[in-house]
Ligand binder design. Structure first.
Ligand SMILES: Nc1nc2c(ncn2[C@@H]2O[C@H](COP(=O)(O)OP(=O)(O)O)[C@@H](O)[C@H]2O)c(=O)[nH]1
Ligand SMILES: Nc1ncnc2c1ncn2[C@@H]1O[C@H](COP(=O)(O)OP(=O)(O)O)[C@@H](O)[C@H]1O
Length: 193
């Protein structure tokens, strides 16, 4: 039996609305690397069109807390201070890496900094939309948040921008295909490192 080459961990952070999910989805489709998205757990409600187990594992707060107590999470955070939790499951990451996959964590800055301090040696990318005005425009156009949620996301975005220096690469998502090409090149260059 052939042993697969070792996997890599990739962290993608950036303000809500920057286009992380859009870019990551396209990257997985078109970059010729064994990429896979780590499906996080969350206590937030599914949006229209989201499926349990695909975008997230949607859990009750009780179930999430039980998993946290059991140590099932590599990291977990209350993002946006609205009482909703998000967490990366150890198992998702371990299984992917063991199979030689390049596992992508789409996580907030606090969670990312915690993983950066581990021995997992992630490639770290921070995606941003170019300006705060553009971010607000995208969030409003997406139309998935209440006004309270939207304001919390914009406030957190301003904070998250201050952490850009913690990341190896800053990507401006002004154009999805261009951003995807840039990230794909970065990942290809890091092959073998
Ligand atoms: N720490 C941590 N943050 C996460 C995780 N999953 C998602 N997030 C963060 O939570 C934020 C909100 O996610 P979501 O509610 O899906 O909204 P969206 O990013 O605006 O589509 C994202 O921008 C991510 O940065 C996770 O497993 N851990
Ligand atoms: N380069 C871009 N230019 C314009 N709109 C974009 C771009 N990238 C993503 N979007 C749109 O912006 C919104 C937020 O993108 P999304 O991928 O949901 O962001 P995030 O995952 O960072 O919260 C979506 O409606 C998406 O279609």
């Amino acid at each position: 039996m052939t042993v697969p080459p070792p996997g890599r961990l990739i962290i993608v952070s950036g303000p809500s609305g920057a286009g992380k999910s859009t870019v990551v989805r396209r990257l997985i489709e078109c970059c010729q690397l064994p990429l896979e998205l780590s499906v996080s757990a969350t206590t937030r409600a599914p949006r229209e069109g989201e499926t349990d187990g695909k975008e997230y594992h949607f859990l009750s707060p009780e179930r999430f807390e039980a998993l946290r107590q059991e140590g099932a999470f590599l990291e977990s955070k209350e993002v946006f201070s609205l009482g909703r939790w998000y967490g990366t499951l150890h198992e998702q990451v371990a299984t992917g890496l063991k199979m030689g996959r390049w596992v992508i964590l789409e996580i907030d800055v606090e969670g990312a900094i915690e993983v950066m301090a581990s021995d997992l040696d992630p490639i770290t990318l921070f995606i941003h939309p170019g300006s705060h005005e553009e971010l607000e425009k995208r969030l409003r156009a997406r139309g998935t948040e209440t006004e309270q949620d939207l304001q919390a996301r914009l406030k957190t975005a301003a904070e998250e921008m201050k952490s850009l220096a913690h990341y190896q690469y800053a990507i401006i998502n002004d154009d999805v295909e261009r951003a995807v090409d840039e990230i794909c090149s970065i990942l290809r260059q890091s092959q073998g490192t």
